[in-house]
Design a protein around this ligand. Structure first.
Ligand code: IGP
Length: 260
């Protein structure tokens, strides 16, 4: 399964860095006092909020943006009044880089999310040092202990975590670990098929104390309308916005779905 490969790649990259260096990075992150802009507060604003994603390629779609001016894209998202920006940092399948996130966080004022397959404390620390406001933690990629430890570290470093679930059992595990922002990924990790109904079906499993985010495959105003009606606080949109030549028009079109 693809997730297994992605997690293995992440583990390899982590192990390639000497332990002393990883510990030093965590130390550095712990010493940072100035908080990054709040991801959670940005998502909690009234109405359905939008996270735009900066993604060059993906395992299911291949190369999405051959002409990948990531700083311009992030700036366009911000000008389009997007609420937060997700930046892929996984290098092998998504052609991401931590350096993209670092440059984007230094350029925009909206909060940023590190989108990667996080399996180790040093990856959370690196996100903090790079200026991110939040990290993605995928329930299916972690055992319950790991999830709890990484989530605790995330909060200790003054970061938020978007905890990604695919099933009702994942949501239970996320809540048990202390998650306060839960994302439901509409993309099936075994076969890459996307079904927006996944979000709608699982929405009620997320407790009212958590923010709920619908992720993947969101293209049309009518889908946005369905997700807003289902009670989501935010949506995460990648490909649709990456392929749109006019980001402001594309964001406005999605927003039109909220009230439609
Ligand atoms: O491009 P889309 O279909 O709008 O999807 C965005 C985002 O949800 C997707 O990139 C994603 C969701 N969960 C992930 C985990 C890792 C990497 C990527 C993802």
């Amino acid at each position: 399964m693809i997730l297994t490969q992605l997690v293995a790649g992440s583990q390899r990259r982590v192990q390639a860095v000497p332990l002393a260096e990883r510990m030093a990075l965590e130390q550095r992150a712990r010493q940072m006092t100035a908080p990054a802009p709040s991801f959670k507060r940005a998502l909690a604003q009234p109405g359905l909020t939008i996270i735009g994603e900066v993604k060059r390629a993906s395992p299911s779609k291949g190369l999405i943006a051959p002409d990948f001016d990531y700083l311009q894209i992030a700036q366009d998202y911000q000008n389009a009044k997007i609420d937060a920006i997700s930046v892929l940092t996984e290098p092998d399948y998504f052609q991401g880089r931590l350096a993209y996130l670092e440059a984007i966080a230094a350029t925009v004022t909206v909060p940023t999310l590190r989108k990667d397959f996080i399996v180790d404390a040093s990856q959370v620390a690196a996100a903090r040092v790079a200026g991110a406001s939040a990290v993605l933690l995928i329930v299916a990629a972690l055992d319950p202990d790991q999830l709890k430890r990484l989530l605790d570290l995330t909060h200790a470093l003054q970061l938020d975590a978007l905890v990604e679930a695919h099933t009702a059992a994942d949501i239970k595990q996320a809540v048990a670990a202390g998650a306060d922002i839960i994302g439901i990924n509409n993309r099936n990790l075994q076969d890459f098929s996307v079904d927006i109904a996944t979000s709608q079906q699982l929405r009620q499993q997320i407790p009212a104390t958590c923010l709920a985010v619908a992720e993947s495959g969101i293209q049309t105003p009518s889908q946005v309308h369905q997700l807003a009606t289902a009670g989501f606080d935010a949506i995460l949109v990648g490909e649709t916005l990456m392929r749109a030549p006019d980001k402001a028009a594309a964001v406005a079109q999605l927003r039109a779905g909220v009230v439609a």
